[in-house]
Design a protein around this ligand. Structure first.
Ligand code: NAG
Ligand code: NAG
Ligand code: NAG
Ligand code: NAG
Ligand code: NAG
Ligand code: ZN
Length: 594
């Protein structure tokens, strides 16, 4: 039971607010599952606070002595005036290099965790540096003993969601938008042929399908007229690109004994994707993967498929290794077949489906929780002759792979925390921003356009290039009022991040070794540390305001706030200033930054 105690950290009172129109992006998502089935998923409003240099706290001081679980549990219980029995510790870890300990919590009742009433806390040096929660009142809660079992409804749910139950299930509580709390069987429904992958929440008393988590981050790309554009960057031979710290046995092995010589590795398995024909990894004698892509030929001709498999394998491994050195490690719920006893769950390397024949003009990535493999689907694009293969345009695969990073880091590895419309939109934005960040070769920050080659048009697949020039890209925080679709919302966020990047590089310079060394103090390295740390710090289903606060707090945690004003000014320049709220712009920055 939640009591109305005065909270030391000034939390708002708990309880589910009704759905009002301006707030809908941050708490709701409507999904058209099939022509006849529309489901609303609900995420109670989150209260998120960051504390700069941190507040002295007796619970924070317990981290060293008793560990993050005990510290986070007692902290949340005390803050919210709750018994520790209703505070269910889910996961946590010590962030590499930042001295921050992250803890992720679920509300519980009769020891059964809530799906969408969660909390997260970060401690540093015996202090609390951020705290977010969406805990709710349990005045109207269903009995914790299910009255029906999975067998009794599963075939009906399989039919509704067009997939098959894959034997992953749990019993949890779910808060509905009217404030009631229902007991649900959570069952995973998967269809490998159509790459549908849902968590279905089925009322354990009525059998009704109440909500879903969609593990697929949908990508959709604007149809544009055909103009052939040859990739400007050309192909190169890279030698031994694997980073030892991230991939100790290289990209093709997971122990000293491994003798693999194909695109099956510890981080990624890449193959020509088709569930009809099975998976075909690409092998090579002596690990020399030398296949030339002929841009004048169709994707299936000559050695083009082999070259595509190798490029896709290379890209996803690069993303693994580079994100690893910035903090997306085993403990932080990354994707690996073996975690080498370094924490997190094994058995979840990325399945990279190259030239998948399931669809066209698109790509997709499904992120299930830590311990279950991520799946990337790369399709052919039909606007050009010959067809263009998404595997050969690096920003497409990097965008997709980054969905795995943002979905795993936010909320502690559950893959359930970028599900509101606004958070899902930012998910698209982080993906574009990562693809952009990877491609820089010098300190000059020019406009960046996604998906130019695949669509065969310099406009690319987004409405505007990402730009510091507000004439070239006029998107601002308030633009979201007019936007509904996640990629459209994502463009607003990605353009803000482009401006944050440009400001950091202008003021703090640019380091050429940023893909192999994360210890430089240059602006491009700082950018990725704040990006990754911010994901781990922010609450479940964050708003843009929450995500901005997490970036600022990340800078305080790691750099003592050295870049805070630069970051504030960049966000404020696009309307996400100190007083920005409810999709109304504000350009003000904190007093110390004026
Ligand atoms: C390597 O092979 C040896 C001998 O077969 C075996 O004892 C050992 O467990 C293997 N190591 C790994 C990591 O698989
Ligand atoms: C690739 O290597 C893995 C690991 O040795 C093996 O299981 C798989 O059969 C190989 N694939 C092909 C197509 O040879
Ligand atoms: C395909 O690649 C192999 C191995 O590098 C090479 O021997 C062969 O000539 C290539 N074929 C074409 C059509 O390029
Ligand atoms: C690209 O597409 C846009 C929008 O459809 C169109 O206005 C423009 O003419 C196209 N540009 C080229 C170079 O084909
Ligand atoms: C911004 O872009 C517009 C439109 O392309 C251009 O006319 C203007 O000169 C640019 N401003 C700057 C400062 O580059
Ligand atoms: Zn996407």
């Amino acid at each position: 039971m939640l009591s109305a105690v005065a909270l030391a950290l000034a939390c708002s009172s708990v309880g589910a607010a009704p759905w009002t129109a301006p707030a809908k992006h941050s708490t709701h998502r409507l999904r058209q599952i099939s022509p006849t089935l529309v489901l609303e998923s609900y995420h109670p409003p989150t209260t998120y606070k960051t504390f700069g240099k941190g507040l002295e706290d007796t619970h924070a001081a317990r981290v060293k002595r008793d560990g993050i679980e005990a510290a986070a549990t007692s902290f949340i219980a005390t803050q919210l005036g709750l018994d520790e029995a209703v505070v269910n510790y889910k996961s946590g870890y010590a962030g590499a290099g930042s001295g921050v300990h992250y803890g992720y919590i679920h509300q519980a009742h009769d020891r059964i965790p809530f799906i969408n009433a969660v909390a997260n806390v970060a401690f540093k040096d015996d202090k609390v540096v951020s705290f977010g929660h969406s805990f709710v009142s349990t005045d109207n809660i269903a009995s914790s003993t299910p009255s029906i079992e999975i067998d009794s409804f599963i075939s009906d749910i399989e039919m509704q969601l067009d997939g098959t139950y894959n034997d992953h299930s749990s019993l949890e509580y779910l808060v509905k938008s009217d404030g009631s709390v229902v007991l649900v069987h959570v069952v995973q429904i998967q269809n490998e042929a159509t790459h549908v992958w849902y968590e279905a929440m089925v009322d354990a008393h009525s059998g009704e399908l109440v909500s879903v988590t969609d593990f697929l981050a949908h990508a959709s790309y604007t149809v544009l007229p055909v103009t052939k554009v040859v990739p400007t960057e050309g192909f190169e031979t890279v030698v031994d690109p694997a980073l030892t710290v991230a991939s100790p046995y290289g990209w093709h092995a997971w122990s000293d004994n491994s003798t693999e010589i194909n695109t099956t590795g510890n981080n990624v398995i890449a193959y020509k994707g088709s569930w009809d024909t099975g998976t075909v990894e690409q092998s090579a004698d002596g690990l020399v993967f030398d296949y030339t892509y002929n841009l004048d030929a169709e994707p299936a001709d000559g050695n083009n498929t082999q070259a595509a498999v190798v490029n896709a394998f290379y890209l996803m491994n690069m993303l693994h290794d580079v994100s690893y050195i910035y903090g997306f490690t085993e403990e932080a719920f990354n994707f690996q077949w073996s975690n080498f006893d370094k924490g997190g769950l094994n058995g979840d390397r990325i399945n990279m489906n190259v030239q998948s024949d399931l669809s066209t003009n698109n790509a997709g990535f499904t992120t299930p929780p830590d311990g279950q493999a991520g799946n990337c689907y790369m399709f052919l694009w039909t606007y050009t002759t010959p067809l263009h293969d998404g595997d050969m345009e690096n920003d497409i695969a990097l965008h997709e792979g980054t969905h795995g990073i943002s979905n795993r880091l936010t909320g502690g590895g559950t893959a359930r925390c970028l599900q509101s419309n606004e958070a899902g939109g930012m998910g698209e934005g982080w993906s574009d921003a990562m693809a952009e960040w990877m491609h820089w070769t010098n300190d000059e920050v020019t406009d960046f356009t996604m998906g130019v080659w695949v669509v065969g048009n310099s406009t690319g697949e987004r409405s505007h290039p990402y730009s510091t020039n507000a004439t070239v890209n006029p998107l601002r925080y308030s633009s979201i009022q007019e936007l509904d679709e996640v990629h459209d919302i994502g463009e607003v966020w990605a353009n803000m991040l482009h401006n944050v990047y440009a400001a950091l590089v202008e003021e703090f310079g640019w380091d050429a070794d940023f893909k192999t060394h994360a210890d430089s103090d240059k602006g491009n390295v700082v950018f990725m540390h704040l990006f990754i740390d911010g994901l781990a710090l922010q609450p479940c289903n964050p708003t843009m305001v929450d995500a901005r606060d997490a970036w600022i707090q990340a800078d305080e945690n790691r750099y003592d706030g050295a870049h805070a004003c630069t970051v504030w000014k960049a966000f404020a320049s696009r309307g996400l200033g100190v007083n920005a709220a409810d999709y109304t712009d504000d350009e003000s920055v904190p007093e110390e930054c004026q």
